[in-house]
Design a protein. Structure first.
Length: 424
């Protein structure tokens, strides 16, 4: 991945929630863009000074100054500030030497003044505009509104959600995960790019080495559960659900509960790894009360082909260790340490950190009664004189950590953003 400057000089970011704020941190540190224009679409605080206060401090990652420069040990520890030249009238401030402009007027993408500010590339981090089939002038807003407002390309920081089940992803839209299928992005054809999700990103980097090593036909089935950190959509305290909401658990306090929920990772994974269409796959999610740092527990069932030579945990770990060593981008990490979630928070560009210490395998026999298999001619079964076959199957359990905010997802999103910029 090239780390140099792209052809786009001004980056647009729509939204200043968790991903928007941390994306701004990423880009003012990386300095691939001369200016960043951030649209929040509403008044916030008393003035731009209050927005700067929000940008400078973070309860999870500490201060922006510390993130960029570490702790200066001159006469003790100097806190410092990475933000200067705050001008409420013009809506501008300087962050680590990068000019940042805050727009506070329009929430509908169609009305945001990207063209006026020279923005050709926008990263939409709101999570509100994820249906690429909706027209730019849709009453509820559309991701295509950014294109009508002056942007040439839009990157969504979440998977597409197409409301009409009969519609398919348009020809000018694509889903990519860096290090997996980022080359599927065609700058001549694609105008809208989904960067998938943090969970899909980790899961893709866990599944791809196994598919490369064993081949999809040998993977009989797979399932995953993500033990996921809390997100801004969850309630701090119990609250009444909104009208029409069917998942009542998301309205329960994330501070006090383990909460079962759903994930679209299985569906999105098929978009970035086509071989997954051949593999039966289930994905589940559990939310836990930590600020960031999540874990995927992946269970894979492998059909064994050589009698007496069954897959062992050492082989699984070797697959991941070699894949991590050969990863040109360093997205896949392999660890023999006994980690906890705090240990991987902020780890740069770590799409997945395989916890090799906890890899487990167990081989058993799958017994198949041939006369009960649908579609088999019973005359053929009687002619074989073998009423039952036994097939060895190895179940492997693999653990993969990921920082669902900055370390994994935002840094990967930053790489996607710069790579799109460089192709414009």
């Amino acid at each position: 991945m090239s780390m140099g400057n792209g052809n786009v000089q001004t980056l647009g970011i729509n939204g200043l929630g968790r991903i928007g704020k941390l994306s701004l941190w990423h880009h003012v540190g990386r300095k691939a863009f001369d200016e960043v224009v951030v649209n929040i679409g509403r008044k916030a605080g008393g003035s731009l000074v209050d927005i700067a206060h929000y940008l400078e401090r973070d309860s999870t990652y500490g201060s922006l100054h510390g993130f960029l420069h570490g702790c200066s040990l001159v006469n003790g520890c100097s806190i410092g500030s990475a933000i200067s030249d705050v001008d409420d009238e013009s809506g501008t401030l300087t962050v680590n030497g990068v000019k940042v402009r805050i727009l506070r007027e329009h929430r509908n993408p169609l009305e945001i003044r990207w063209r006026q500010h020279g923005v050709r590339l926008v990263v939409d981090t709101t999570g509100c505009f994820l249906d690429p089939t909706l027209p730019a002038d849709h009453p509820s807003g559309s991701i295509r509104g950014h294109l009508e407002a002056g942007a040439e390309k839009v990157i969504a920081s979440a998977p597409f959600k197409i409301k009409n089940e009969e519609s398919s992803v348009p020809e000018d839209a694509v889903t990519t995960v860096m290090g997996i299928n980022d080359s599927d992005y065609d700058p001549r054809r694609h105008r809208i790019v989904s960067n998938a999700s943090c969970t899909t990103t980790c899961l893709a980097h866990m599944m791809k080495p196994l598919i490369n090593a064993f081949g999809a036909p040998r993977i009989l089935s797979a399932s995953m559960a993500t033990v996921h950190a809390s997100t801004g959509s969850q309630a701090v305290l119990d609250r009444l659900p909104k009208s029409g909401k069917t998942d009542l658990r998301k309205n329960r306090s994330i501070m006090n509960n383990i909460i079962l929920t759903s994930t679209g990772a299985a569906r999105a994974l098929r978009l970035v790894i086509p071989e997954m269409e051949e593999i039966g796959f289930i994905a589940e999610s559990v939310r836990v009360p930590v600020a960031t740092g999540s874990l995927i527990i992946l269970v894979v069932n492998l059909g064994e082909e050589v009698p007496g030579m069954f897959t062992r945990r050492e082989q699984i770990n070797e697959i991941y260790e070699q894949a991590a060593e050969l990863d040109p981008n360093g997205y896949l990490h392999y660890s023999e340490k006994q980690n906890v979630s705090a240990d991987i928070v902020g780890l740069p560009r770590a799409a997945a950190i395989i916890e090799g210490h906890e890899t487990h395998t167990r081989t058993g026999e799958m017994k198949i009664e041939l006369d009960r298999v649908p579609g088999i001619d019973q005359q053929v079964v009687r002619a074989l004189k073998v009423p039952r076959i036994q097939m060895p199957v190895t179940q492997a359990v693999i653990y993969g950590w990921y920082d669902n905010e900055m370390g994994s997802y935002v840094n990967m999103l930053g790489d996607r953003t710069v790579s799109v910029s460089e192709s414009m």
